[in-house]
Design a protein around this ligand. Structure first.
Ligand code: C2E
Ligand code: CA
Ligand code: CA
Ligand code: CA
Length: 276
């Protein structure tokens, strides 16, 4: 057994209890006492221009190293933080770290930052984001904010105000995980979006599933018709990449180019950036 102190309580850990570590309440407690500035970090994944093969942007992705629980992925801790009402202080730290990194990148390389529903569902959340942008010294025109449909559907009018405010600052707005929600298409013409990110579930079998191929082909045409930039996520293989570059999408992101990397590696990665 290992004894560790969490929030004044003594918690016993053993190998048999390893599984329990990942239980919701334990994760929530560890988040509640976390030193966000130390425990949270940001990794960056390149987003590549499909025509030139050059790096256009990096998406900032959160990582959490808990002293109690070890490394926990964002798919696990972000939803828990959202439900526990803990996301806004986390978003603040993540935006600050991401913009600090982006400040040292070349001007033509954009940074794309994920937002949760609660970041934009109240006016103070938007004020916090704007303050972070203004304090960073990064040109807001280099920043994209990624939002998902669930952050729009809870309160459409407020989401619209938030998007308008971020756009007024000069930032771009991307609709993330496009195609996985219930009303994706209705958002495309009701909101002033700049980009849509086609969900990786459509990309993963594009080379073997004619239905996925047709959906992605149609989404690319839809984006062209509506003046939206189209980003394809989760491109893992050469075969997927070949198909997508023939279909004519704008940007491509995925393990085929690179997994997310630390801020230090980003600088080295960019040195090797050459036109395809
Ligand atoms: P997402 O925004 O859809 O991010 C894309 C996820 O796909 C990332 O997982 C990325 O590492 C992964 N990915 C990239 N390329 C490939 C590929 O070729 N194949 C496969 N299978 N996966 C790929 P990650 O980093 O684990 O993040 C998971 C989710 O957690 C994100 O999904 C996003 O919803 C959330 N998230 C991550 N960072 C943040 C953040 O800073 N704020 C908020 N609110 N949410 C975040
Ligand atoms: Ca995203
Ligand atoms: Ca996504
Ligand atoms: Ca997601």
């Amino acid at each position: 057994y290992a004894k560790r102190h969490l929030r004044g309580q003594t918690v016993l850990f053993s190998q048999a209890h390893e599984k329990l570590i990942h239980e919701h309440s334990v994760v929530e407690q560890a988040l509640q006492v976390a030193d966000l500035d130390c425990e949270l970090s940001v990794v960056y994944q390149p987003i590549v221009d499909a025509r030139t093969g050059r790096i256009a942007a990096f998406e900032a992705l959160a990582r959490w190293q808990s002293p109690f629980l070890g490394a926990i992925g964002p798919d696990r801790f972000i939803p828990i933080a959202e439900r526990a009402g803990l996301i806004r202080p986390m978003t603040k730290v993540l935006i600050q770290k991401a913009l600090k990194a982006a400040a040292s990148w070349p001007d033509h390389v954009r940074i794309s930052i994920n937002l949760s529903a609660q970041d934009i569902s109240v006016a103070e959340g938007v004020v916090q984001i704007i303050a972070c942008v203004n304090q960073s010294g990064v040109d807001p025109k280099r920043i994209d904010f990624e939002i998902t449909e669930t952050s729009i559907t809870s309160d459409f009018a407020q989401a619209r105000r938030a998007i308008d405010a971020l756009k007024a600052l000069g930032c771009g707005i991307s609709l993330d995980d496009f195609g996985t929600g219930y009303s994706s298409l209705s958002h495309v013409h009701r909101l002033p979006l700049d980009k849509i990110k086609v969900d990786k579930s459509f990309i993963s079998d594009i080379d073997i599933n004619p239905a996925s191929f047709k959906i992605v082909r149609s989404l690319i045409v839809l984006c062209q018709d509506m003046g939206l930039t189209c980003v394809m996520e989760g491109v893992e293989t050469e075969a997927q990449y070949e198909i997508l570059s023939e279909l004519g999408g704008d940007y491509i992101q995925g393990w085929y180019f690179s997994k997310p990397m630390s801020g230090d590696l980003v600088l080295r990665y960019m040195e090797q950036d050459q036109p395809a």
